[in-house]
Design a protein around this ligand. Structure first.
Ligand SMILES: Nc1nc2c(c(=O)[nH]1)N[C@H]1C(S)=C(S)[C@@H](COP(=O)(O)OP(=O)(O)OC[C@H]3O[C@@H](n4cnc5c(=O)[nH]c(N)nc54)[C@H](O)[C@@H]3O)O[C@H]1N2
Ligand SMILES: Nc1nc2c(c(=O)[nH]1)N[C@H]1C(S)=C(S)[C@@H](COP(=O)(O)OP(=O)(O)OC[C@H]3O[C@@H](n4cnc5c(=O)[nH]c(N)nc54)[C@H](O)[C@@H]3O)O[C@H]1N2
Ligand code: SF4
Ligand SMILES: [Mo]
Length: 745
């Protein structure tokens, strides 16, 4: 009898089998041009799901009704008619024959061997509903957590709120942009949301701090950055790695990792000391300038040099560049900002710099975005949960405005001794084992669950741990609610299926509705198909499904405010003082430093390197690392090491090595070495999303190495609970098992 309650299954199926599926015909990388009229092509409105920029597109089908190519929608402000390579390659999500094909149920034989059995939708949904009912009776609805990411998460959010739980979270907050949202809210009274309202096209100077646009392919931003550069904008990139952005920059500041707050404080020091700030703006709109001036005195460029290794004259020169461009300057707020645990404070320093330079509300800085709202059909009020993750954060993280997924995981873990326990997980569109740091902790929480249902398009690490796997069809084969993106003008983008779902997959809205019937929650889904609900909202907005099918994207007029502040306009900011808070009264009231504080972070010991990670232009996390089109463009990640490190360790180009971190964790798979001057000698870098360990992924399995395995030391942000993930150090092994082979530096 096996001891693990929940074996990691490779979606190997037993029983039934024999499900029909069509073979993909199109495997060629698409181009962003409209098909010639002589080809009989039909087009269907959609928006991309390969990343969260959600570019609007047209999905063209061929005469056999198969999806054939994806082309950006010209009217869409997020993409201006051009998809990034991942967006064009999104067709690989549809074509991938490794896709989940039918519902799966975990079964166990008499010897305790576990496997997945193929099931009908009836059987799988009945089982999910009966488990959810039993768990609600036994432990209360609150004991079920929903983890979600992506557009289909909304349908399950609706279901689970009606069911009665408030434990609903996603990795886009505490593993991604949470600290940024809180820092901007604390300073300006507004979070940034997505797409960030950055007026890049008119910016004269942009500062990128570990935010690598160009590899981070957020479409509209990359396009606008390229335009700004053509118009002579100065780019200043702060990154220990010579990123694509750095290669387009006037200044590359190869900062010692984990010391950015020192640089930011020194910049503030110079900007105040040399009177480079926007005096009228600061006087009219900000709170706490004199206190800041006083606080900042000791953080001179000479002091920062010792911390950051950035020379004082470079700190001064770059500060002057910002001052010269003010207010058309953007110190980019970043997006994946959960690094060292003091991240809210780091982004507060970023926000303060922007405030001093007067860029908030100004052309070339930050504009005021607007977003359309569609009404949905009236449904009953959701029950009020008796408790939620907030009650388990022990009075901490009061300033978090969204649910912290890692706290929900803590609440699911055997170490949680409180009477408030998470007993079951519903997971949709997020691959938690590779997404959350500290894999061991995640796995322990998983093993502690009575039931897990995963809704995904692909066999993933999370589906291998599930009791029931529900296969969702891809975004190209389904309806979802329209995308309502904030932008210079509000806009609506439609998603409709371009074809029937392949295999026995179904849309999440349908699954949620079916489950609502079984759970006695049908009143919350008062329509036969989601089209009715979409049509209802569109009609109220003066358009219709029919019109939207023809145009795909509708750009509306602004309704509420100006794009930029008018000269001397009186503005009441949504903060305690009604001003832009350089000095944060809210942080102070909650016992935190009202001004950003520099903390010296641990540095690697001899023979170890700080482990950093990021994005590659052709991939999005783990969602693309089996995509036939995109794997063709990049089939694995490599480990960037400085030539000095390679020489010291005797490493060669493309040599396969394993990594071992400070906690003794050794990577499952090896990774090839890339020797490059483009990275400092005290850190190594790789791309997140590779090194998949689900054997059902024919292309992704064992291709490269999984960064998450090395991220066992997590630094929690005490303001909002985010997971700092860059405090891990690795040593390089030339052989996996023989410890003597460890390379000494
Ligand atoms: N180690 C490490 N961890 C990180 C990061 C990192 O760089 N390194 N980055 C962090 C950041 S910034 C973010 S935003 C998060 C992202 O975290 P996730 O969103 O969890 O990232 P993915 O790995 O893309 O996992 C998405 C899952 O959704 C599935 N999926 C794709 N499309 C659909 C769909 O249409 N329907 C359904 N039901 N499922 C779908 C995919 O198959 C995949 O299993 O990760 C965070 N975690
Ligand atoms: N192609 C592609 N584009 C994407 C995504 C994707 O998966 N693929 N994901 C999207 C999502 S959800 C997000 S959140 C964004 C994330 O994109 P970004 O916000 O740009 O964040 P990362 O990818 O984490 O950026 C990592 C950069 O930080 C640098 N770095 C590491 N340590 C330090 C340090 O201590 N200081 C400084 N200054 N720099 C450091 C690394 O060298 C690297 O260049 O990308 C989005 N765009
Ligand atoms: S940026 Fe690329 S991957 Fe992201 S939504 Fe747009 S086209 Fe898709
Ligand atoms: Mo993210």
């Amino acid at each position: 009898m096996k001891t693990t309650r929940r074996e990691f299954l490779k979606i190997s199926t037993i029983g039934a089998g024999g499900l029909l599926f069509s073979t993909p015909l199109f495997n060629v990388f698409g181009k962003n041009e409209t098909p010639k009229s002589e080809i009989k092509a039909k087009r269907y409105a959609n928006y991309c799901e390969v990343c969260f920029w959600s570019c609007a597109l047209w999905a063209y089908t061929n005469s056999d009704g198969e999806i054939w190519k994806l082309i950006g929608n010209q009217t869409d402000p997020n993409c201006n008619g051009r998809l990034c390579p991942r967006g064009t390659g999104g067709i690989g999500m549809y074509n991938d024959n490794d896709r989940l094909k039918t519902p799966l149920i975990r079964v166990q034989d008499a010897d305790g061997n576990q496997s997945f059995k193929e099931a009908s939708w009836e059987e799988a949904l009945d089982l999910v509903a009966s488990k959810l009912k039993t768990i609600k009776e036994k432990h209360g609805a609150e004991s079920v957590a929903l983890f979600k990411h992506g557009s289909s998460g909304k349908h399950f959010q609706k279901l689970m709120q009606a069911y009665g739980t408030g434990n609903i979270s996603g990795p886009a907050y505490a593993q991604c942009k949470g600290p940024r949202e809180e820092a901007f809210k604390l300073t300006f009274g507004h979070a940034l949301h997505s797409p960030e309202p950055l007026d890049i096209r008119d910016s004269k100077c942009m500062v990128l701090i570990g935010s690598h646009l160009g590899e981070n392919m957020h479409n509209g931003q990359v396009q606008e950055m390229s335009d700004a550069i053509d118009n002579g904008a100065t780019i200043i990139t702060v990154d220990p790695r010579f990123s694509t952005a750095a290669s387009k920059s006037k200044y590359w500041l190869p900062i010692k990792p984990a010391t950015d707050i020192a640089l930011l404080l020194a910049w503030i020091n110079v900007i105040i000391d040399e009177k480079l700030y926007d005096k009228e703006y600061v006087e009219q709109y900000t709170y706490g300038f004199d206190l800041l001036k006083n606080y900042i005195q000791r953080f001179t460029p000479e002091w920062a040099f010792i911390e950051t290794t950035i020379k004082p004259d470079i700190i001064r020169k770059t500060a002057r560049e910002m001052g010269k461009a003010s207010p058309a300057v953007i110190v980019h707020p970043g997006r994946h900002v959960t690094w060292y645990g003091d991240d809210t404070q780091r982004i507060r320093a970023v926000a303060i710099l922007n405030a001093l330079l007067g860029s908030w509300g100004r052309r070339g800085g930050f504009f005021a975005p607007e977003k359309a709202k569609l009404q949905k059909m009236k449904t009953p009020k959701n029950p009020k949960p008796a408790w939620s993750w907030r009650d388990l954060s022990f009075g901490k993280y009061n300033l978090a405005s969204m649910a912290i997924s890692n706290i929900v995981v803590d609440a699911s873990h055997p170490d949680n001794t409180s009477d408030k326990q998470i007993k079951a997980w519903v997971v949709i569109g997020t691959n938690l084992p590779t997404t959350l740091p500290d894999m061991k902790h995640t796995e322990e929480a998983i093993q502690n669950q009575e039931f897990i249902v995963a809704i995904d398009t692909m066999p993933a690490e999370i589906t291998s741990y599930a009791d029931v796997v529900l296969p969702e069809c891809t975004y190209l084969e389904r309806y979802d609610y329209p995308r309502l993106a904030q932008h210079r003008k509000p806009n609506i983008s439609l998603r409709i299926p371009a074809t029937e779902p392949r295999f026995n997959s179904k849309p999440a809205w349908w699954m949620a509705k079916e489950l609502s019937n079984r759970l006695g929650l049908a009143d919350y889904f008062p329509y036969k198909t989601i089209e009715e609900d979409i049509e209802y909202g569109l009609k109220l907005k003066g358009t219709s499904l029919e019109e939207m099918k023809k145009i795909g994207v509708k750009v509306l007029e602004r309704e509420y405010q100006n794009l930029y502040f008018k000269d001397n306009e009186e503005i009441e900011f949504n903060t305690n003082t009604g001003k832009i808070e350089l000095y944060s009264t809210e942080l102070q009231a909650n016992g935190f430093d009202p001004f950003p504080k520099y903390t010296k972070h641990e540095q690697p010991q001899a023979g170890y390197y700080r482990f950093i990670y990021g994005r590659a232009p052709m991939h999005t996390f783990s969602r693309t690392t089996n995509n036939p089109n995109l794997i063709d463009l990049q089939d694995q990640n490599k480990l960037w090491v400085n030539p000095k490190v390679a020489k010291d360790l005797g490493l060669e180009k493309d040599q396969k090595v394993w990594l071992k971190n400070q906690d003794g964790i050794v990577s499952t798979f090896p990774i090839k070495i890339r020797i490059t001057e483009r990275i400092r000698w005290d850190c190594v870098y790789t791309v997140h999303g590779f090194g998949r360990n689900n054997k059902k992924l024919k292309r992704g399995y064992a291709a490269g190495m999984m960064d998450t395995e090395m991220i066992s030391n997590v630094k929690i942000d005490d303001v909002m609970g985010g997971t700092g993930m860059r405090s891990n150090f690795v040593t390089i092994l030339t052989k996996k098992t023989d410890k003597k082979q460890e390379v000494e530096s």
